[in-house]
Design a binder for this molecule. Structure first.
Ligand code: 1GP
Length: 243
């Protein structure tokens, strides 16, 4: 039987994978739809660092309407691919270019391991949105962050790189196409170079790193350690990240 799925292939994923292979890492600015005011959008777009390759959209508590508006406006005003990074299945909109289909594999809360994913199926099954299975790993960034509060899961300690590597490999073996190391938005400490390096050496799928990155130096450290895509949200939102 021919399915009525209309998925558009893997354009965004292939770009990330190819950039990773060529050693030309990507850079994403994360927009929280809850914080984004449409009247400020042009200013934000102008302020994007030149090396920005993707715009991520998502937040812990944004509504469906906020997410849809953010995606629509970002697509209207910039030529960059818009990738959903949803904190909740309600934030999924087919107007984006791709969806990080996140499973919070570091935690043991079924809501974020599989239930949110099931809740998103009706929206996804007839959409052309590129779906990228992503193993999402929450790492202790030194402060309690929104993702920890909302997901009701404990972050993994940075003192046990072997365990983090095991979680990342379990994600890869389960068929995830990306691994995302997340220290949490506004984290005091980003994911350490040691952890990034250990995970990168173990997996053969692209590695995303985000949370608490505020300076050019921290960005360079993440890239040098092996991040294939780095995400910055808070520092850009506060106008402090212009590299
Ligand atoms: C994306 O949550 C991060 O992984 C963004 O973190 O807001 O601290 O940049 P910041």
């Amino acid at each position: 039987m021919i399915s009525n799925f209309t998925h558009s292939g893997s354009v965004i994923y292939s770009q990330i994978e190819q950039a990773a292979r060529l050693g030309q890492p990507c850079f994403a600015i994360l927009f929280d739809p809850e914080e984004l005011r449409v009247q400020d959008l042009e200013k934000h777009i102008e302020a994007l660092p030149d090396h920005t390759t993707h715009l991520f959209v998502g937040g812990s508590t944004a509504t469906a309407a906020q997410a849809q508006l953010a995606v629509r406006e970002l697509k209207k005003h910039s030529g960059l691919p818009v990738v959903l990074f949803p904190g909740d299945h309600n934030q999924i909109t087919a107007e984006a270019d791709a969806l990080l289909f996140l499973s919070l594999i570091s935690g043991e809360n079924p809501e974020y391991l599989i239930r949110q994913q099931i809740k998103s199926v009706d929206k996804l099954k007839n959409s052309a949105l590129e779906i990228i299975p992503t193993g999402y790993i929450l790492i202790d960034g030194g402060t309690e962050t929104a993702v920890q509060r909302v997901s009701k899961t404990q972050p993994l300690t940075q003192d046990d790189p072997d365990h983090i590597v095991a979680v990342a490999l379990a994600g890869q073996y389960s068929g995830k196409k990306l691994i995302y190391l997340e220290a949490g938005s506004g984290a005091k400490n980003p994911v350490s170079a040691e952890i990034i390096k250990a995970v990168k050496e173990a997996i053969h799928i692209p590695l995303i790193v985000g949370g608490g990155i505020r300076t050019r130096e921290q960005l360079e450290i993440a890239y040098e350690a092996g991040a294939d895509l780095v995400v910055v949200g808070t520092a850009f939102e506060n106008g402090n990240f212009r590299i």
